[in-house]
Design a protein around this ligand. Structure first.
Ligand code: ADP
Ligand code: MG
Length: 677
């Protein structure tokens, strides 16, 4: 075979078996799975699909969730001989969990070891080898790869999966790849989606043909509540128990919004089952930071009834067979961005009708099912919007704009967005980058901006890191950034909350939570990363190991740019001050000022907030910096640290002197500026 087969013709003639490793004998499991795979709806269209992809550069494929798109189509692409030696088919997923889980499944289907021929890549974690020809990766990672490899030359075929989700990264990839396709006639793109927004994709890719995989959904009976539920968690638990008591066999899927809520609910359901002496029920959580061995448990078949309590992941990204009952409280965590106040937050918000219907569909995969909506029919009809807005319309675009500028896309106004963001959002993004020193007055990328783009982090975090080497605390800021990027390290088991909280106090730093994270990491290293020590101190060993790995990866980037890894003298007065100044240098847009008693207002958007109960900061300093704005029953700020106003004017003078600030913010700043002088 020819190794420089870069033209389409050559590829079509290439016999894939010549270079894709083929086994003499496959395992028994391989054949078992193969039989199941052949029953998937996409198999009926294998020939059609292969013909269509061979003839066209772009193909749009839609099919119900569970029809086999994510797991089978990349294998069809390989079977069609579309991947030349040394090249790959890349499949994007909006979610980390999906990328890992599907890569694992497909490597089993092909009888390979995960990470060899079939690999995955998510932020801070890559499992692949020189042999890899099929890679599942988050859309964010492919976007990042494009920065180092602007024509995505390592790929012969790219599959943008879950396109209907319209995540920010997928939307940007649409624009970038559309442009690459003009330059690389040998590159093929397959856009896959669950719901029927296909027309929009076809139009965007100028008449790309559509292939529809017919669904095979069984009818799903839908139930609503009579009245609005006051507490959806309580209602969800009650509904699960009722199903378990009164309904025929079949697994249950409950949609909730986040890790804590899910773990809590699982525990409560288990308790009700135990105390009510009901038949055994296997309750399994599913969310993005769940370790991989726990994730795969949801696919294991067990004797007892399963109840999976999941985030949106189970809506379209992962298909779990055997679900017959769906419990849908009607909420999910969604990003919102207010360009006026520049605040992006992750809020629990009502889902769309399209989501509600997808969720219901999960009940009818294997046989007729039931969906229990924990809201009224009237609410469904009148309150839910038709379709969730694309993320690009509700995100802070600073990070993406920085990456685009790095890619040389300077004319953002004329970038080929499928749905262009409102100009205000783009202007705000440029402004934020300017405040952070990533752009100069002409809007050109500065040296700092170029380096910032290299970090797989939000611009605020990367700015903080770059600043830290000048303020002799890069070792400490590396740790804090890594800890903020890893899953939460503090464990609070339900039966042991008080003890866990008491244990956390041992690490608490007088000045606030960012520094507490630093203490925890130091203690972890000092105790030789010992899992038992972690367990005894209510710390999540896995999360700490992950933070440690993230830390080394970030350190490598700093070193690459010749930024020093340094620490100051712990006993000097400047030691903590320098660290905190770096926090301010990155997060000056997330500052809150004390208003009265324990109530703060956030600078800029003037939200009334209180400290999240998890904070270790027991004082109420006049000014604090926070990492996250969380809205649950209250407006909380989480991970807060005491700062001084003077530092704001020192590190972000442009920001605090803005004319466009609302009144209260302006007044507070004016008063303090005078006072400072
Ligand atoms: P789609 O992308 O169209 O939603 P998938 O390709 O993800 O469909 O899934 C097709 C089928 O493969 C599922 O219905 C399920 O039977 C099976 N499957 C997928 N992932 C796993 C897994 N991790 N374990 C067991 N079966 C799986
Ligand atoms: Mg899929």
């Amino acid at each position: 075979i020819s190794t420089n087969s870069s033209t389409t013709d050559n590829k079509a003639n290439l016999n894939i078996n010549d270079w894709i490793p083929k086994k003499e004998t496959y395992s028994k499991r391989y054949y078992e799975i193969l039989e199941k795979r052949k029953e998937l709806p996409v198999w009926k269209q294998k020939e059609d699909f292969i013909n269509m992809v061979k003839k066209n550069q772009v193909v749009v494929l839609v099919g119900e969730t569970g029809s086999g798109k994510t797991t089978q189509i990349p294998q069809f692409v390989v079977d069609a001989g579309l991947i030349s030696p040394g090249k790959m088919v890349g499949v994007t997923q909006p979610r980390r969990v999906a990328a890992i889980s599907v890569a694992k499944r497909v490597s089993e289907e092909m009888d390979f070891e995960l990470g060899q021929e079939v690999g995955y890549s998510i932020r801070f974690e890559e499992l692949s080898s020189p042999k890899t020809f099929m890679k599942y990766l988050t859309d964010g990672m492919l976007l990042r790869e494009s920065m180092g490899d602007p024509t995505l030359s390592r790929y012969d075929v790219i599959i943008l999966d879950e396109a209907h989700e319209r995540t920010l990264s997928t939307d940007i990839l649409f624009g970038l790849i559309k442009d690459i396709l003009k330059r690389r006639k040998d590159l093929k793109l397959i856009v896959m989606s669950a719901t029927l927004e296909a027309g929009k994709f076809q139009k965007y890719f100028e008449g790309a043909p559509l292939i529809k995989v017919p669904g095979r959904l069984h009818p799903v009976e839908i139930f609503y509540t009579e009245k609005a539920e006051r507490d959806y968690l309580e209602a969800a638990i009650r509904t699960v128990v009722e199903i378990h008591k009164h309904e025929d066999e079949g697994d249950i899927l409950v949609f909730l919004t986040g890790e804590e809520e899910i773990e809590d609910t699982c525990a409560k359901i288990q308790r009700e089952v135990r105390e009510g002496r009901l038949a055994p029920l296997k309750c399994l959580p599913l969310y993005s930071t769940l370790p991989i061995y726990q994730q795969s448990k949801i696919f294991d078949s067990v004797k007892e009834r399963k109840c999976i309590v999941s985030t949106n992941i189970a809506e379209t990204s992962l298909t779990i067979d055997g679900i017959v009952y769906v419990v849908d409280p009607g909420f999910s965590k969604q990003k919102t961005y207010n360009p006026r106040s520049r605040v992006e937050s992750l809020l629990v918000a009502p889902i769309s009708k399209a989501s509600a219907n997808q969720r219901a569909g999960r009940a009818g995969r294997t046989r007729p099912g039931k969906c229990f909506r924990l809201y009224t029919e009237k609410a469904f009809q009148e309150d839910l919007i038709q379709q969730t807005y694309p993320e690009i319309l509700r995100s802070n675009l600073a990070s993406v704009v920085l990456q685009l500028l790095k890619l040389g896309v300077t004319d953002l106004v004329h970038f080929d967005f499928m749905d262009p963001p409102v100009p205000d959002t783009l202007i705000r993004a440029l402004e934020v980058l300017h405040f952070l020193g990533a752009l100069d007055d002409e809007g050109q990328l500065t040296k700092v901006g170029t380096i910032m783009a290299e970090f797989p982090l939000d611009p605020q975090l990367s700015k903080m890191l770059i600043e830290s080497s000048e303020r002799s605390c890069s070792n400490e800021i590396l740790t804090i950034s890594a800890m903020l990027s890893a899953p939460n390290v503090f464990m609070r088991p339900k039966d042991n909350r008080l003890e866990a909280d008491a244990s956390k106090k041992n690490f608490d730093h007088f000045d606030g939570d960012h520094l507490t994270l630093l203490n925890v990491y130091h203690a972890f290293k000092k105790n030789g990363e010992d899992p038992t020590w972690c367990y005894e101190n209510f710390l999540n060993h896995r999360a700490l190991k992950q933070a440690d790995s993230v830390r080394s990866q970030l350190a490598r980037i700093l070193t690459r740019f010749k930024l020093q890894l340094v620490s100051g003298d712990v006993n000097s007065r400047q030691y903590y001050q320098n660290i905190k100044k770096c926090l301010v240098a990155g997060f000056f847009m997330q500052v809150a000022k004390l208003e009265k008693k324990n109530i703060y207002f956030t600078l800029g958007d003037e939200q009334q907030v209180i400290f999240h109960p998890s904070t270790g900061l027991t004082r109420k300093p006049e000014w604090v910096i926070y990492n996250e704005f969380v809205l649950t029953s209250e407006n909380y700020i989480r991970t807060v640290t005491d700062i001084k106003f003077e530092w704001l004017s020192e590190v972000a003078p442009g920001y605090i002197k803005q004319k466009s600030f609302p009144k209260k913010t302006k007044e507070a700043i004016q008063r303090n500026l005078k006072y400072t002088k």
